[in-house]
Design a protein around this ligand. Sequence first.
Ligand code: SAM
Length: 318
Amino acid sequence: MKEHLKVSKKDAQVVIQDLRKRSLVDDQSQVQRDMDYVYIPLKESFKSDSYEIIVMESIPSKTKHFPKLAGGAFDLIGDIAITKIREPERAISLANSLMETHPNIRSVYLDRGITGEFRLRDLGLLSGEAKTETMYRENGVQFKLDVSRVYFSPRLATERMLVSKEIREGEKIIDMFAGIGAFSLNIARVQKADITAIDSNPEAIRYMKESMALNRLLGIIHPVCGDASQKISELDDADRIIMNLPHESRKYLELAIGKLKDNGIIHYYEILDMEGIEERMEEFRDFGLTVLKKREVHGYSSTLTMYSLTAINNKSKL
Ligand code: SAM
């Protein structure tokens, strides 16, 4: 039996944060909930004028059952955690554990799958506040986004940093499937480049513009809303093209190559198995592209991997 602070649901987050700051929460026990109240286990007894203290059975914290899961079991985008764990009990347990142990997480969602042209997540709230807009920082760039209205994956942060380091001053770049402009803003933060960032989702373009205003950028970004296959024909040839549409990039490859300057660079992303990536590299060679780099960005399933290919356009030499 242990003392718990009984707090209304609406006050719980703030009170937990405050108690944590004062080291009064017993992290070895779980925060418990019923329909109306949250019960916070106390490390030591204290007097509260605002809330009732009740003695009840404590439940050992599950946190220690998740040490291995914690890294890969969820994505953290600002103060929103998103998990793909399908078994309801494990998902809820992880969500409660995250809320208890990470005071900076305000909401935990279940990702039930990504669908449609805009690659939007179907999200179900597991714990915390029902809010989907957040601020997220990556490689020194500040983004504002709504995780239910735009596609965004923090798993590409390293890839975006690696690409941004390759850019030379004055490059003309086309970011064909830009989303909220994650590649474009990473690049514009560090280099004086001229970037056209295309996305067909108007919400992605709206958040891209908001994020542009939040950052001090060296480069110039031109946000363009529409279908890349049409919009790209209105643009001048580019020194570099980024193709981050991993399920469908192949469909747009010839179009992109047609817009790439001689010696221009393409950053191509696709989800493939080991055989598939070999075939794709063969195809790149047939198109007059020399593959400079192949990287495994992250695993996708037991057999599939998200690959990035960096290739240079030598088609004039064919
Ligand atoms: N590059 C972004 C990043 O790093 O966060 C995210 C890219 S996301 C995988 C793919 C994006 O392509 C989505 O935002 C979607 O709206 C957009 N999209 C899909 N088909 C498109 C098309 N034909 N033309 C332009 N954008 C498209």
